[in-house]
Design a protein around this ligand. Structure first.
Ligand SMILES: [Zn+2]
Ligand SMILES: [Zn+2]
Length: 382
């Protein structure tokens, strides 16, 4: 028997999650791992497995009885029947007794288990379907994220075929009755299972349940009404955006089907690190090396800013590790006014090589503090 699955951790919720918590977690994950939202075959495979797992977890936990049963016995209760079909271990949730000859629509059950809103993955949906969202990354330099930039990205998406205007029919072609299902839109099948033979009714795959097919399909889209297109889209990146944040463009995802709305495009920012600066919210920080004489005497030093160098006055007797703050030299506030601050930490810069003259002066200097200085140790300490 398979190891019991932790449905709670699959959905990333605690054991006392409410129905709302579950729904929220499920929606988020289902969107993220929806196979149609993936853009490489590899991602798609991984996402499909995860997607199944998420659906299984949610369909159990969202049902009070099943959840109670799961909490007591784990996921392995009654693992008969539909193993592997995404039904996991809760086939007993449906009453298959007395099935003799009664037709039932397997997809109706799947539909009610998995809920609507799954867009194009559900063959059942014969009406308008919203297109899938597209998620893509954009690389930004540190300064581009700080000050904003206009940049193009390339995506490949489903678009409505302009040759047939999305209908899938060759212009002038007729709509005729589907020959596979005789116009009923459904096909009856008999299946033998360990629980006996029963009939299922499947949606006709030729007409997608509509009972009608196009006599001559559009040549450009092979009758699908949708074509894959590569597009360059200009993104207006606002000043102040940070690594991991996304810009959403409504309606720029995959085209909807049968008049359904388009999906959205999510562009996730990948911001490169900076040579000097670390970012924390809208503040930035850096280390600045300062000659030890300057730290002792105080005075103007040069510090890096996002827009070049600036002078900054440090007081006499500054010690290494001291932090200074320069107001309004940080990152511009995203969608707001003003800027964060720049904080820098001074590190003492000790010269590695001294001239004889410099060494003499330093020895004299040290003596004023009563320090013992042994010039023979030159090369080790100096
Ligand atoms: Zn077409
Ligand atoms: Zn048909």
């Amino acid at each position: 028997m398979a190891e019991s699955k932790d449905y709670y951790s699959i959905l990333g919720v605690s054991k006392d999650a409410t129905a709302d918590d579950l729904k929220r977690a499920y929606r988020k994950l289902a969107k993220q791992y929806h196979p149609d939202a993936q853009h490489t075959e590899e991602d798609k495979k991984k996402a499909e497995a995860k997607f199944k797992e998420i659906n299984e977890a949610y369909s159990v936990l969202s049902d009070e009885n099943k959840r109670a049963q799961y909490d007591r016995f784990g996921s392995n209760f009654e693992q008969a029947g539909f193993g592997g079909s995404g039904f996991g271990g809760y086939s007993n949730a449906y009453d298959f007794s007395g099935f003799g000859g009664i037709d039932f629509d397997l997809e109706d059950i799947l539909g009610s288990v998995f809920g609507g809103g799954f867009g194009s993955s559900s063959k059942k949906s014969q009406g308008p379907t919203r297109g899938a969202d597209i998620r893509t990354n954009m690389s930004l330099k540190f300064e581009e994220a700080a000050f904003g930039v206009k940049k193009e990205i390339s995506i490949t998406r489903n678009e409505k075929c302009d040759s047939c205007n999305g209908s899938g029919a060759k212009p002038g072609s007729r709509i005729i009755t589907c020959d596979k299902c005789g116009g009923r839109g459904k096909i009856q099948m008999t299946q033998n299972t360990i629980m006996g033979a029963f009939s299922t009714v499947k949606t006709c795959d030729k007409c997608n349940g509509t009972g009608k097919v196009i006599e001559t399909p559009c040549e450009k889209c092979s009758g699908k009404g949708i074509v894959r297109k590569s597009r360059k889209i200009e993104i207006n990146v606002p000043a102040g955006i940070d690594d991991g944040q996304a810009i959403s463009l409504r309606g720029e995802g995959d085209a909807g089907k049968k008049g359904g709305p388009n999906g959205d495009l999510y562009v996730v920012m990948k911001v490169a690190p900076h040579k000097y600066f670390k970012r924390n919210g809208f503040d930035i920080s850096a280390n600045v090396r300062v000659p030890f004489t300057k730290m002792a005497l105080g005075g103007d030093i040069k510090i890096p800013t996002l827009e070049g160098e600036m002078e900054f006055n440090i007081p006499e007797g500054t010690t290494t590790g001291t932090k200074f703050r320069v107001k309004d030299q940080g990152i511009p506030i995203l969608n707001g006014k003003g800027r964060g601050n720049l904080e820098f930490t001074v590190d003492v810069d000790v010269p590695k090589k001294l001239t004889d003259k410099q060494r003499e002066i330093l020895i004299e200097f040290a003596k004023t503090f009563g320090e013992e200085v042994n010039p023979k140790k030159r090369g080790i300490f100096w």
